[in-house]
Write a protein that binds this ligand. Structure first.
Ligand SMILES: CC(C)=CC(=O)SCCNC(=O)CCNC(=O)[C@H](O)C(C)(C)COP(=O)(O)OP(=O)(O)OC[C@H]1O[C@@H](n2cnc3c(N)ncnc32)[C@H](O)[C@@H]1OP(=O)(O)O
Length: 257
């Protein structure tokens, strides 16, 4: 499939999806989301890919859902069309996925980044949930994921005032895993992604599943889930290889089995 609103490339074992709608600061129109989902399906099915990076431009990761597209939406359009639900493919992606964010990550842009496993931000990044200024509230996880990441007080501040926060505040608040100079964003994101892709894919996927479970359940149930998954890892060839390599003082050769 040809892509109009994104660029898709493989860099070794890392799949890179670049939002590429510069005239609208990567506003997330429906065709763009459809293309992102198509690219995710492509990378999920590609055995050579061990990690995915989702990024935008230096000016904008994404300035939100496409306001022009949304402005005429009726309640029935939104309800019957299940507006936003198709965005969630990012959060259902089983392979690790990193958001590399420079510039604006606003509204749905911030929410899309939060659907990834973690965010690496350029020092020029600006995050916010300005939906209230448009007469709506966040609708793609902003009131939920943001609250879990930064706590109630900061989430209320951002969602109720619609203000933006810079990368330094976003890191301090727990939204962002690390901040790097804007010029180094892709180098750093690719380095992190390649490192992850060099580990055992099933182990990375199970690790991701277990961390995500902590959002969905009680501590007791989460610990039980972690223990079961941890035990299951002793049935993998990669556990045998990883530990043997340590004992034999050599680099492991994971086979994703
Ligand atoms: C997920 C859900 C349910 C909701 C949402 O995400 S609601 C959207 C939340 N986002 C916003 O409210 C941000 C809207 N954008 C802005 O406030 C500004 O564009 C800016 C502060 C990000 C940048 O300002 P700047 O002056 O540098 O650039 P503009 O001239 O305003 O924009 C350039 C170009 O892009 C179009 N644009 C920007 N954002 C969107 C958007 N979210 N949807 C559609 N189009 C957008 C903007 O209209 C302009 O295009 P034109 O020159 O053709 O008007």
């Amino acid at each position: 499939m040809g892509y109009e609103h994104i660029r898709v490339e493989s860099k070794g074992r890392v799949g890179v999806i670049t939002l590429d709608r510069p005239q609208a600061l990567n506003a997330l129109c429906t065709p763009l989301i459809d293309e992102v989902n198509q690219a995710l399906t492509q990378f999920e099915g590609d055995d050579k890919i061990g990690c995915i990076v989702l990024t935008g431009s230096e000016k904008a990761f994404a300035a939100g859902a496409d306001i022009k597209e949304m402005s005429e939406l009726t309640y029935m359009d939104a309800y019957l069309g299940d507006f936003i639900t198709k965005w969630e493919q990012v959060s259902r992606t089983r392979k690790p996925i990193i958001a590399a964010v420079a510039g604006y990550a606003l509204g749905g842009g911030c929410e899309l980044a939060m659907m990834c496993d973690f965010i690496i931000a350029a020092d020029n990044a600006k995050f916010g949930q300005p939906e209230i200024t448009l007469g709506v509230m966040p609708g793609a996880g902003g009131t939920q994921r943001l609250t879990r990441l930064v706590g109630k007080s900061k989430a209320m501040d951002l969602c109720l005032t619609g203000r933006m926060m810079d990368a330094e505040e976003a890191e301090r608040s727990g939204l962002v895993a690390r901040v790097v100079p804007a010029d180094d964003l892709m180098t750093e994101a690719l380095k992190a992604a390649d490192k992850i892709a060099g580990f055992s894919l099933p182990i990375a996927m199970m690790t991701k599943e277990s961390v995500n479970r902590s959002y969905e359940t009680t501590l007791t149930e989460g610990l039980r889930f972690e223990r079961r998954v941890f035990h299951s890892m002793f049935a993998t060839e990669d556990q045998k290889e990883g530990m043997a390599a340590f004992v034999e003082k050599r680099k492991p050769q994971f086979s994703n089995k």
